[in-house]
Design a protein around this ligand. Structure first.
Ligand code: BTN
Length: 319
C-alpha cells in the first residue's frame, strides 16, 4: 500500500529494534511499537544542562565495553575536568567489588564523568555519596516520586527497595596527588526483565514507577544538581553540608543491617558463600561527615564502617 517492499519494512524494523525500540509483530496487521526509547543526544543534553562546566563537554558512544574504562583511557595524560562519556549500550560494564554491571541497549544509561578535584585522595569516596544524592534527587524531581527513592549506603539507589542505579568511582593518583577521578553511573531506566540471579533485587525507573523519563533531561539534571554540591564539597572537603540530606534518604537508618567484609581477590561466588560467616549485624545510625557509616552493635558499641571491601545488607535480604 505504501509502495515499499516487505523486505524494506523488515530491515527498518530490524534497525529500530537494534536501536532499542521494542516492536511486536501483530498477525495480519503488521508491527506495533511497544516501547519507544528516546535516543541519547549530545546536543539535547548540552542544551538542557544548566551547569557551568560539569557535563558541558560530552562524548556519546553508540556502544562501548565500559564507559569507566573508556573515560580512564581518555583521561590518561590529558588534562580533562568535567567531560562526560555516555552510552545506552554498554557491553562489559563493571560494578563494585569486582562484580559486573548489566545494561541492555535502549533500556539504560551508562555514563562516566571525568574530574580533576584538588582534594586529598582519602576524600574521593565522598564523591560517590554526593553523586548518589544528585542522582536520587534528579530522579525524584523528574518523576515527582521523590519519597519512594532511597539510597543504600554507600551508593545504590533504590525505588521501593529495588536497585535502579549503581555507582562506581575509580581513582588514579601518584604519590598522594590525584591525576583524575572517574565517576561511573549506571541507571536502569526502562528494563522490564532482569537475569534470574539479580531479578529479586534489580529494578528500573519505568518498572517501579511506570514512568518513562527522558534520558537527556535526566542526564542534564544530574549534571546541574551534582555541580552545585561538588563546588561546595571542593571548598569544605567534607560532607557536613549534606549530612541531613543524605541521611534523610538513607534506606537503612534505624534498622538492623548486616556488614559483610570480603577478602580482596575472592570470586563473587566465594564471597556469597562466605558472607554468612564473616558478616556482623548492627543498627544503622547514618553517615558521618567523612561519609562513613555509623552503626551500633547489640552490646552498645559504636562502629564506623568504611566503604571499599564492604557490603551492607538488610538482615533478611538486600535492604
Ligand atoms: C555497582 O552497583 O556495583 C556499581 C555499578 C556501576 C555501573 C556503572 S555503568 C557506567 C560505568 N561504567 C562501568 O563499567 N560501570 C559504571
Amino acid at each position: 500500500m505504501l509502495g515499499v517492499s516487505r523486505t524494506y519494512v523488515w530491515k527498518l524494523i530490524k534497525q529500530l529494534r537494534e536501536d532499542g525500540f521494542t516492536i511486536e509483530a501483530v498477525r495480519n496487521r503488521g508491527y506495533r511499537l511497544v516501547k519507544g526509547t528516546k535516543m541519547i543526544s549530545k546536543d539535547e543534553i548540552i542544551c538542557l544542562n544548566e551547569a557551568g562546566y560539569i557535563g558541558k563537554e560530552i562524548i556519546v558512544l553508540d556502544n562501548v565495553d565500559s564507559t569507566n574504562n573508556y573515560a580512564k583511557r581518555l583521561a590518561e595524560g590529558n588534562n580533562l575536568n568535567g567531560l562526560l562519556i555516555v552510552t545506552d549500550d554498554q557491553r562489559a560494564g563493571k560494578g563494585r567489588l569486582g562484580r559486573t554491571w548489566i545494561s541492555r541497549k535502549g533500556d539504560s544509561i551508562a555514563m562516566s564523568l571525568i574530574l580533576k578535584p584538588k582534594i586529598p585522595p582519602e576524600c574521593v569516596s565522598m564523591l560517590t555519596l554526593i553523586i548518589a544524592v544528585a542522582v536520587a534527587e534528579s530522579i525524584g524531581e523528574l518523576t515527582g516520586e521523590g519519597e519512594r527513592i532511597k539510597i543504600k549506603w554507600p551508593n545504590d539507589i533504590l525505588i521501593d527497595g529495588k536497585k535502579v542505579v549503581g555507582i562506581l568511582t575509580e581513582l588514579s593518583c601518584e604519590s598522594m596527588m590525584i591525576n583524575h577521578v572517574v565517576i561511573g553511573v549506571g541507571i536502569n531506566t526502562e528494563c522490564r526483565d532482569f537475569p534470574e540471579e539479580i531479578a529479586t533485587k534489580a529494578g528500573s525507573i519505568y518498572g517501579q514507577l511506570g514512568i518513562s523519563v527522558d534520558p537527556n533531561l535526566l542526564i542534564a539534571t544530574i549534571m546541574s544538581v551534582f555541580e552545585g554540591y561538588y563546588e561546595t564539597f571542593l571548598e569544605k572537603k567534607n560532607l557536613l553540608f549534606m549530612l541531613e540530606r543524605y541521611n534523610g534518604i538513607l534506606v537503612n537508618v534505624g534498622k538492623y543491617v548486616k556488614i559483610m567484609g570480603y577478602d580482596a581477590g575472592q570470586t563473587q561466588t566465594d564471597r556469597e558463600k562466605d558472607s554468612d560467616e564473616k558478616g556482623y549485624t548492627a543498627v544503622c545510625n547514618g553517615i558521618d561527615e567523612m561519609g562513613r557509616l555509623l552503626v551500633t552493635g547489640d552490646d552498645g558499641s559504636m562502629k564506623t564502617v568504611i566503604s571499599g571491601e564492604v557490603s551492607v545488607r538488610g538482615i533478611d535480604g538486600y535492604v
